[in-house]
Design a protein around this ligand. Structure first.
Ligand code: FES
Length: 220
């Protein structure tokens, strides 16, 4: 993830970071009764105003993973968050795929994937920060209801590592147990691996149907 847009809010015990380059501005962090974040306040984030449980609860609301926290005394940017027991993905209407769980994002160095707990993946094909969503879907006029039209092969077990593997000029693969939820909450897909459309052209969204080939989709 980009460091250039990483803002840090240092508290006595815990430090909160905000990566603006991957923030989808869902406002889950400020639409709370917590004093951790307050729109218009300077600094906007103040970790010392809340107990740890509250800090963790609010940070975990962030669907993109732009908000993280760590112990202030820790030099390493370790994830304190325990992964949720079930890996889930939600196809947002006209927007990204929000993925949560025990995530491992495979980048240019496959031997060193990036661990994550929450991430927003681009579905429109226009992000300048692929595979992450950068809100380009708004200007691009991306349209999708967020419905999930298939049920999938099912799961024998839940949880475990979910690898997120972007394919060059094609889909992003989710490898590991995952449940894909429709934004409406009315349908879901369950299975151990799936290819998600990230070119914006599939007629079977959120799944890839190989339309990226006709559309000459380029990820670089
Ligand atoms: S990535 Fe969109 S159809 Fe394959």
């Amino acid at each position: 993830m980009s460091k250039a847009k990483l803002l840090t809010y240092t508290g006595t015990e815990y430090t909160v970071t905000w990566d603006r380059s991957i923030c989808t501005h869902s406002e889950e962090c400020i639409r709370t009764d917590s004093k951790l974040f307050e729109k218009g306040r300077s600094p906007w984030g103040q970790p010392d105003l809340v107990e740890f449980d509250e800090l963790e609860r609010v940070i975990k609301r962030c669907p993109s993973g732009a908000l993280q926290y760590r112990a202030t005394a820790s030099e390493a940017e370790t994830l304190l968050e325990a992964p949720e027991p079930v890996n889930t993905a939600i196809a947002m209407p006209n927007g990204p795929l929000y993925v949560r769980g025990n995530l491992s994002i495979v980048g240019s160095d496959p031997e060193n994937p990036t661990p994550a707990r929450r991430v927003a993946l681009c579905r429109c094909g226009h992000s300048k920060n692929k595979p992450y969503c950068d809100n380009s879907h708004v200007a691009a006029g991306f349209k999708d209801s967020g419905a999930v039209g298939r049920e999938g092969p099912g799961l024998e077990e839940k949880g475990g590592e979910l690898q997120i593997i972007p394919n060059k000029n094609a889909s992003v693969r989710l490898v590991g147990n995952v449940t894909i939820l429709a934004a409406s909450g009315c349908s879901r897909w369950n299975g151990p691996k799936v290819s998600i459309c990230r070119c914006g052209l599939s007629k079977q969204k959120p799944f890839c149907d190989s339309s990226h080939r006709e559309g000459n989709f380029e990820t670089e």
